[in-house]
Design a protein around this ligand. Structure first.
Ligand SMILES: C[S@@+](CC[C@H](N)C(=O)[O-])C[C@H]1O[C@@H](n2cnc3c(N)ncnc32)[C@H](O)[C@@H]1O
Length: 354
């Protein structure tokens, strides 16, 4: 493996402990993943080192997102739109990979909450047209008109209603979860961007790791940045042509290429496939998906010489069985009740196994 400067990896590959199907059935999907990625973050020079100095975060709580402390919007707006227009051809393979992944997801609900919708630059109209109604959320005032320009007419022809909400969906997550109890959620390249809105990155990481708990009983998916930084793969097209790596989240890491690996080790191997160099940035999203979630790892040539690894996952089978999924859905509108049901089922499944 090519050594990558700026990466500090102390962990060892953990011997394989279980097959993928074994893990899938064993791990409860709502369990938050321990944030070991925070222990060995990978930063570029623009980012503070971890842990964030003066962080007041207690990791034992399931914290909410802090109020944004960085302005103006560095995660979207004019710069994002201009870049997306200009990079359209270069981004196409990643857009295709995301859309193939989305095509494989069968959302139960016909109502989609699309968080970080922007103009839907990376999104296919075909995917959006699977829903009767879309609640599109973004803080960017340009998002609604540009989304209408890109997708509006075709969605209207296909009978899809799009309603816009200009707001911070993460700051108001609990209210929104209550407002739309039957909806499916897609966080569309937004969770990995939160490090650009806050100074306290530990608080961001903790809130991201607590997201699954706050969405308990809901069906949700996210595609987001995991790592980004400089790389010069000798054959970029070959990297982009490969089918996305599939992995399964487990506490503290991933089962990748059939082996349990801590997040740092898995990240290192992904960087090696890109011939990465220099300092890479950890977007603090390693803990977003609960253990047991199957994820696709998708490369993205953001700019020439600057790459991202995206993580895409779909959280739907809380408790892993049709019965628990049904019960969790029945408890919608009451996450505390859903969690209690799932706890009971976990206990009985553990007893049955032993
Ligand atoms: C990287 S862009 C991705 C946009 C979009 N998914 C696309 O494919 O074009 C991230 C978007 O999320 C929005 N955003 C960031 N944080 C947000 C939040 N907390 N609530 C709502 N929107 C947010 C930004 O304004 C921006 O439009």
């Amino acid at each position: 493996m090519q050594p990558v400067t700026g990466l500090s990896v102390k962990g060892q590959i953990v011997p394989q402990r279980a097959s993928l199907p074994g893990l899938m059935s064993r791990l409860a999907c709502r369990e938050p993943v321990a944030n070991t990625a925070g222990a060995q973050p990978v930063y570029n020079s623009a980012m503070p080192t971890a842990p964030t100095p003066d962080s007041t975060v207690s990791r034992s709580a399931a914290p909410r997102f802090p109020m944004p402390s960085v302005g103006p919007n560095r995660t979207g707006g004019v710069v994002w739109h201009a870049r997306a227009l200009q990079a359209s051809a270069r981004w196409q393979p990643t857009r295709d990979a995301i859309n193939r992944w989305l095509a494989g997801i069968s959302f139960d609900s016909r109502q989609l909450i699309l968080v970080g919708a922007s103009a839907g630059w990376m999104m296919s109209t075909d995917f959006l047209a699977r829903f009767d109604a879309i609640e599109a959320i973004d803080i960017d005032p340009l998002a609604a008109p540009l989304f209408a320009w890109r997708h509006g007419l075709r969605l209207k022809r296909r009978g899809v209603q799009v309603r816009w909400h200009r707001m911070d969906a993460l700051a108001e997550l609990d209210e929104l979860v209550d407002r739309w109890p039957e909806a499916g959620w897609l966080f569309d390249n937004v969770l990995g961007q939160q490090i650009y809105r806050h100074h306290d990155l530990d608080a961001v990481e903790a809130a991201l790791a607590g997201l699954a708990q706050r969405l308990a009983g809901r069906e949700w998916a996210s595609v987001h940045d995991w790592l980004s930084g400089p790389a010069r793969p000798p054959a970029p097209q070959a990297v982009l042509d490969l089918p996305p790596e599939r992995a399964v989240v487990e506490p503290g890491g991933l089962v990748l290429k059939g082996q349990s690996q801590r997040f740092e080790i898995a990240g290192e191997s992904l960087l090696a496939t890109l011939n990465a160099h220099g300092q890479w940035q950890d977007h603090r999203t390693a803990g977003v998906f609960p253990a047991g979630t199957e994820v696709a790892l998708i490369p993205w040539e953001f700019r020439p010489g600057k790459w991202h690894w995206l993580q895409a996952g779909h959280v739907f089978q809380c408790g892993q069985t049709a019965r628990t999924r049904f019960e969790a859905r029945a408890a919608r509108g009451n996450p505390a009740k859903a969690l209690k049901i799932l706890d009971e089922l976990d206990r009985s499944e553990r007893t049955a196994r032993s």
